[in-house]
Design a protein around this ligand. Sequence first.
Ligand SMILES: [Zn+2]
Length: 244
Amino acid sequence: MSKIKIRFFGSLIDLSKKMQVEFDAGINQSIKDCIERLGVPHTEVYFITLNGNFVKFDRIVSEGERYFVYPECDLEVPSEYVLTPKYEDIPKFILDIHLGKLARYLRMLGISAEYGLIDDNAIIDKAVSEKLIILTRDRQMLKKNEVIYGYIVRSDTPEEQLYEVTLRYNLQKCFNPFTRCMDCNGELVSVSKQEVLNRLPEKVKERYEEFAICKQCGKVYWGGTHYENMNSFIEEFTRNLINK
Ligand SMILES: [Zn+2]
């Protein structure tokens, strides 16, 4: 057994529940294993130091050592010691089966949010092959070595989860409301009324002139009270974001 101390910073404390933890590590245990045993998946760790020196995940811990563990931040870190690279493109997500409402909110705002796979391994395979960020409440899923991008959603309610993910990934600048299908995440394209006329309910035919269709599943979209409700939700959400 090696007794070590680990100090967590920033958003990692939400997961470790303590800023500083004294920990009995097993023999030949890596710092990555220690951190994950304390509830912090590797995907949330940006870099680690030991006595002011950067270390990697495979460092084997020894008696009396004291580690500092940091989440993603603006501090300058030599690239070989960046343990989880920053996601540089427009964020694209895949959500676990318990986050359906959050997936629909993200789609409403035009953010790509894949949803519907139940099996953890299927979610991980898709995330790895398509370079998607996994959003989940299940820490075990993000502890799998092959997962690169992943985030544990802390909040319990879908609205709070939307604020949390928006702030974490700076999504405001990527918002593009009503450009994605709420049902399947496909992209919407404008179509003429004529093209969809035979698929519209009578009342819709009389009242609306602008339509869009999902490229993936073919669902037809138009304005209406549902659209107005979503619009006021987005306005209020964007207003409140400033105070978060
Ligand atoms: Zn669709």
